[in-house]
Design a binder for this molecule. Structure first.
Ligand SMILES: Cc1ncc(COP(=O)(O)O)c(C=O)c1O
Length: 391
């Protein structure tokens, strides 16, 4: 019987007997693994033997996390990486060759933009950032060399959403691979593979880890494609996850559902209050009934999430003043932690994107991004309110 998603995050498939009945999988903190004899070592390297060889090629604790993530995203196979960017770059370089073209959502994490710019400068791989609101947006930008559609949804930090049914149907018609960065939602709120996307990537640093103590990434897709990623982009470029980090992620995942419920409940209250505040110009929150794509949120997300962006009256200076007046809320990038975090996308997470393109993506100088934490919502709001009151 398939497990409910909440249960699946807690109960993996590990062989408890092998771990002396240990409830929690141990951390296999070993770089290499011994072979009982030379023949078994050779067999493992030729792919014909069971067992581990060297932790860059596979590690039992990391494998446990990968299996739990494959189940969480309803995919066939997951691979864990040293960071979200290691996952994104491994997937993109496994799919693209020199001369290829990528259709990208109008807005992505700054370093994803940076990676695509670097691939363009050095490896002749080109990208177009487009709104993807309807089929003609896609059709007008399709090139004979287009191979991939890469989206974040909700987009960091504007929260714009992309309709999975629109892009996956278009991709099928034109033989394109759809990659979705699911970091903002987590598999608890949204499972793109269920909507026919091909590959999901995550910064596991965020909601999956959930405690601000690990940098990690993961990619999930079909067995065949992930094997391609494993054999080259992972094995030979080597951005693998360490076993301790995998163990932290296994621990984080056990509470993913309860944490996400609380993040979402808090964010809903804070968004409502921010929306009414006189110093706030606009809020960007997928659960806001006035949010342009609110219907799409309920179509493809189980809940609208724990992230809110908002613009304040008075420009960049006013936005900085709000951050500097906060007493409890930390000024920090990253998201999905127990602590509420605030940051200024234009000068922090998205600073590498040239100003004109940032504006095109809707990232203004008076925008702040809030990762709503797990504290009592009254304390979060009291801090925000006193910080906004000074403007
Ligand atoms: C949406 C998104 N994708 C990818 C990344 C990159 O992840 P990492 O910092 O773990 O490399 C981030 C980091 O903030 C992100 O927000």
């Amino acid at each position: 019987m398939p497990l409910n998603k909440e249960t699946g995050y807690i109960h993996g498939h590990e062989d408890k007997e092998r771990h002396y009945g240990s409830l929690v999988p141990p951390i296999y903190q070993s770089s290499t693994f011994t072979f009982p004899d030379a023949e078994s070592g050779a067999a493992r390297f030729s792919g014909n033997g069971n067992g581990y060889m060297y932790s860059r090629l596979g590690n039992p604790t990391v494998r446990e996390f990968e299996e739990r993530m494959a189940a969480a995203e309803r995919g066939e196979k997951a691979l864990a990486f040293a960071s979200g960017m290691a996952a994104v770059s491994a997937v993109l370089t496994s799919l693209l060759r020199s001369g290829d073209h990528v259709l990208v959502s109008k807005g992505v994490y700054g370093c994803t933009f940076g990676l695509l710019s670097w691939l363009s400068d050095r490896f002749d791989v080109h990208a177009n950032y487009i709104s993807m609101e309807n089929k003609s947006d896609l059709a007008e930008n399709l090139q004979p060399t287009t191979k991939v559609i890469y989206v974040e949804t909700p987009i960091n930090p504007t929260m714009k959403m992309t309709d999975f049914s629109l892009i996956t149907q278009f991709a099928q018609e034109h033989n394109l691979t759809v990659i979705v960065d699911n970091t903002f939602a987590s598999p608890y709120l949204q499972r793109p593979l269920e909507h026919n996307a091909d590959v999901v990537v995550h910064s596991a640093t965020k909601y999956l880890g959930g405690h601000g103590d690990v940098i990690a990434g993961v990619a999930v897709g079909s067995f065949d494609f992930m094997e391609v990623v494993r054999k080259n982009a992972q094995k030979d470029m080597g951005g693998v996850l360490g076993s301790f980090e995998a163990w932290l992620l296994l621990r984080g995942m056990k509470t993913l559902s309860v944490r996400m419920d609380r993040h979402c409940a808090n964010a809903k209250v804070i968004a409502e209050k921010l929306k009414k505040h006189l110093q706030v110009e606009t809020i960007f929150f997928p659960g806001d009934p006035d949010f342009q794509q609110c219907e799409l949120t309920s179509k493809q997300m189980d809940q609208p999430g724990g992230m809110i962006s908002f613009t304040v009256k008075g420009g960049k200076e006013a936005a900085f003043n709000v951050m500097n007046r906060l007493k409890m809320i930390a000024i920090a990038v990253s998201l999905g932690d127990a602590e509420t975090l605030i940051q200024h996308p234009a000068s922090m997470t998205h600073a590498v994107i040239p100003e004109a393109e940032r504006e095109f993506m809707g990232i203004s100088d008076n925008m702040l991004r809030l990762s709503v934490g797990l504290e009592h919502y009254e304390d979060i709001w009291n801090d925000l309110e006193q910080a906004l009151a000074g403007n």
